[in-house]
Design a protein around this ligand. Sequence first.
Ligand SMILES: Cc1ncc(COP(=O)(O)O)c(C=O)c1O
Length: 423
Amino acid sequence: MGTARIVFDKWGGRYAERLSGVRSSAVRDLFAAASRPDMISFSGGMPEVSEVPAFAVAKAAREAVHEYGSQALQYGSSEGRLEIRVLVTELMAESGVRVVPDDVVVTAGAQQALDLLAKTFIDPGDVIITEGPTYLGALQAFSAYEPDVHCVPMDGDGMRMDLLEEELKRLGPRGAKFIYTIPNFHNPAGVTMTAERRRRLLELSREYDIPVVEDDPYGRLRFEGGHVKPLRALDDEVIYLGTFSKIFAPGLRLGWIVAPQPILAKVLLMKQGADLCGSAFAQVVAERYFRSTRWRRVLQTLTQTYAERRDAMLAALEEHFPPEARWTHPEGGFFVWVELPPYVDCANMLAEAVEHGVVFAPGDGFYPDGRGRNCMRLAFCFAKPEAIEEGIRRLGEVLEDRLELYRAFIAAGAIEGPERGAA
Ligand SMILES: Cc1ncc(COP(=O)(O)O)c(C=O)c1O
């Protein structure tokens, strides 16, 4: 990639209005600085692909060319190869979801599924409901179709159902096009929705006649605690998004949608407009990998690696972060969400953190409306434990500098501190 240049855009007046609602991410804007070799990155949710056995992928790719070449190198069906859809049904059965291959459409990662769903459901101005905060990539996918995004706050048990119900009552007959949720090891919040809340969510979905979109990239990456059944296991109307990115490799760009037939037919139409069909080559490689590798053992080792990194991050936060900070304790997945006093602006702190050799994702990117500035998402999936300890130490220093200044302001009565009820 070249260095960023400021270029006059001759076509500035020609772009579609919908682009005005799509924001780039603060971390991507700092991509060049954040890619320095000495940088410790807590910003991206990048899987540890080095633990995926290269020889097994090479073998799968060789087979794709030599044994399946006439299919793997050809256009495929829009819904994806039958073999991979069968594999998806088997994976889903292990999590308690019973589906048949016809219920599955293979997509270019769950990200494409988000875009196709948005394209299928959202007209400009339509309300959609998400958790607050929510996945930045979902906001990017949705915002291109100009929805009015309403965020429902979460606590340690996931989306607050009392607040969701209030929101649904407030919306009244206008309703919402869908409710988007990440129930397992939430991105960015790191929390998991309890079984009780899942049941309540489905009750509300039926009562108000609003479909639920369940995005579940991290469900199989559990470090502790018991498996909680997916929403789709409890209700056939749920639209479920899965991905091979975190259990195999994101570079293949393979994910899937499970949905009721009428929705799937519409999604398929949208998909044909987007790409005709997904990569048959990537699908064959994944099929061969899952059929001929001990992938469960690889996933177990990978999960163990993430658990060690989570432990390293939680220990380092305990040691190096100021007493004003609070953070979540994820039982799986990739992310810890940190909340600081409301007067701290994390987006504003990012450039300084990069100078100190550490990068994180500022919280406001995970809201559609500028909220979350006092929060940050820390991804523990990528850096090694020693680097995590060092990165959190550096970040703690940056924070301490800021907070010292604020503490002085608070002591002088210039701003309201938490002890006076600012939370
Ligand atoms: C919640 C969530 N949904 C979807 C995606 C997209 O995943 P994929 O690589 O399958 O496109 C991600 C990726 O990090 C994610 O965290």
